[in-house]
Design a protein around this ligand. Structure first.
Ligand SMILES: [Zn+2]
Length: 211
């Protein structure tokens, strides 16, 4: 083997090393969204969601922010129309292991453990889903309120609205409280999403309990 062969081997070797680093960087780039999702679902979701919807104590309005720029894109008059009456059994962000490490909504239960309490839309909007799955939310309703705000009413016993139905005024009964899907007892799981990310419903509903 002459010196030319050695330098060729050397070139291939360094090329392979470079390829190795390039593919590592490429892999890391590919994994970034996965890492972001893991962070969001575990620790970061609280920080992200706390910035999407904020209550302005001076104007008494809820401000919806663009997730990318943080700028206020909509101001909404707050409402104290709780979707159900009862006791709050699990707040937003709390852990109800092993079901969820981070509670994406607020649970409201009948104080006597009964089924059938009326569930109302918390804001006017349009029903985008009214159906049942055998797991998770069970029988549930999803309402689109515009301005990238949606709400979910889960574990219903009975659904009283249909898909694409317009809810022009509220309180409007949309179903009856139950324990369908993953529920350990009759309660309403109420969730508000902004840009698809769960936010604390108390930002809209206030700190008082729905008794
Ligand atoms: Zn819940």
């Amino acid at each position: 083997m002459g010196p030319a062969t050695f330098s060729k081997i050397g070139a291939i070797w360094s090329f392979r090393r470079e390829l190795y680093f390039v593919s590592l960087a490429f892999l890391a780039t590919l994994l970034l969204p996965v890492i972001a999702v893991i962070l969001l679902t575990h620790a970061g979701i609280d920080i992200v969601s706390a910035r999407l919807a904020t209550f302005n104590p001076i104007t008494k309005l809820v401000e919806i922010r663009n997730p990318a720029t943080g700028k206020v894109i909509k101001q909404i008059e707050t409402t104290v129309v709780w979707p159900a009456r009862g006791v709050v059994t699990l707040e937003f962000g709390e852990s109800n292991w092993p079901y969820q490490p981070f509670h994406s909504g607020i649970d409201i239960a009948n104080p006597y453990g009964q089924t059938g309490d009326p569930v109302t839309a918390f804001m006017p909007g349009k029903v985008t889903y009214a159906g049942e799955i055998s797991w998770g939310f069970g029988k549930h309703v999803i309402i689109d309120h515009g301005n990238n705000i949606t709400s979910i009413y889960a574990h219903l016993d009975t659904i009283l609205v249909y898909k694409s139905q317009e809810i022009t005024k509220t309180p409007k009964v949309i179903g009856l409280e139950g324990d369908t899907g993953w529920a350990t007892g009759p309660h309403l799981h109420f969730q508000i999403n902004v840009f698809g990310i769960p936010v604390n419903p108390r930002t809209f509903l206030g700190q008082e309990d729905p008794i």
